[in-house]
Design a protein. Structure first.
Length: 277
């Protein structure tokens, strides 16, 4: 096997990515209507899909494993300004969180469902420490910064995180757009409550969810966007603290507990088989 080569100045990679982004922006945002359900497709989805096709299509020989590893290294460089912006936003808006009250924590505690239910399932599927990155949050940029700082960029925890991050980027907007419309049609809550619920801490998912609500309630467009934006901001800021202080430590503890139990069960099974022999 040939060694992996990383070239941060690979002009073919940069030009290919730029072309994918330009095509995605030219396509723009599309809305597919199926009955009363509105599915919003954002340029982000098109650009990622095009980039994946460039990697999979064999005639495009200048995009291979080398470029894939180069892109992973470039990602941390390019996402640096966004992480810095989130850190500054977190510090500047700490008073906003304190004024909003402790009930806002309940919004972030929804991530505990992924830990309690997702972690055991991931372990049963054969995953190891990568489950810590996969199931401890919604896997967006603020959590990525915490994982990189604690485990490192080459850690298995971050690799597990990136799997869910990419799946969320590709399918999250579609799923949230559909869920928002379906639930809003089935459960008659106030539209503003659904707008706030769309603010889960992901810009792309937030836009997809609130855009679906706007299609349902066009007369409340400004209010829906306003409530959704502030909820998303609070979620982004608050998620950093909840992740560092609650979610990640809890995931570590549950993982260590379940892993010890699994090893103990396997030990007794092997011991029982050896005795029978």
């Amino acid at each position: 096997m040939s060694p992996i080569k990383i070239n941060l100045f690979d002009y073919k990679l940069h030009i290919t990515v730029m072309i994918c982004v330009i095509i995605a922006e030219l396509i723009g945002t599309s809305t597919i209507t199926i009955g009363s359900i509105h599915v919003v497709l954002l340029p982000l989805l098109y650009s990622i899909s095009l980039a994946v096709l460039c990697y999979l299509i064999k005639p495009i020989k200048w995009i291979s494993k080398n470029q894939s590893h180069t892109a992973s290294v470039l990602m941390i460089i390019l996402i640096g300004p966004l992480i810095a912006k989130l850190a500054i936003s977190s510090g500047q808006n700490i008073e906003l969180i304190l004024k909003a009250g402790p009930l806002l924590i309940l919004e972030e505690l929804g991530d505990l469902g992924a830990i309690i239910f997702g972690l055991p399932v991931a372990l049963l599927l054969g995953f190891k420490r990568e489950t810590i990155g996969m199931t401890s949050s919604i896997c967006r940029e603020p959590q990525m910064a915490v994982l990189i700082n604690k485990y490192g960029f080459e850690s298995v925890e971050l690799k597990g995180f990136m799997v869910v991050y990419l799946i969320g980027t590709v399918f999250g907007t579609i799923i949230l757009s559909i869920l928002t419309t379906v639930i809003a049609s089935v459960i008659p809550l106030h539209p503003l409550s659904y707008a706030m619920a769309c603010g889960i801490g992901s810009a792309s998912m937030n836009v997809a969810g609130v855009s679906s609500l706007v299609a349902l309630y066009p007369g409340m467009t400004n209010n829906l966007y306003a409530f959704s934006a502030i909820a998303n901001l609070i979620s982004i800021v608050l998620s950093i603290y909840v992740y560092m202080l609650i979610s990640l430590p809890l995931t570590e503890r549950i993982y260590n507990f379940l892993e010890k139990r699994r090893k103990k069960i396997e030990f007794h099974k092997k011991r029982g088989i050896s005795k029978k022999k």
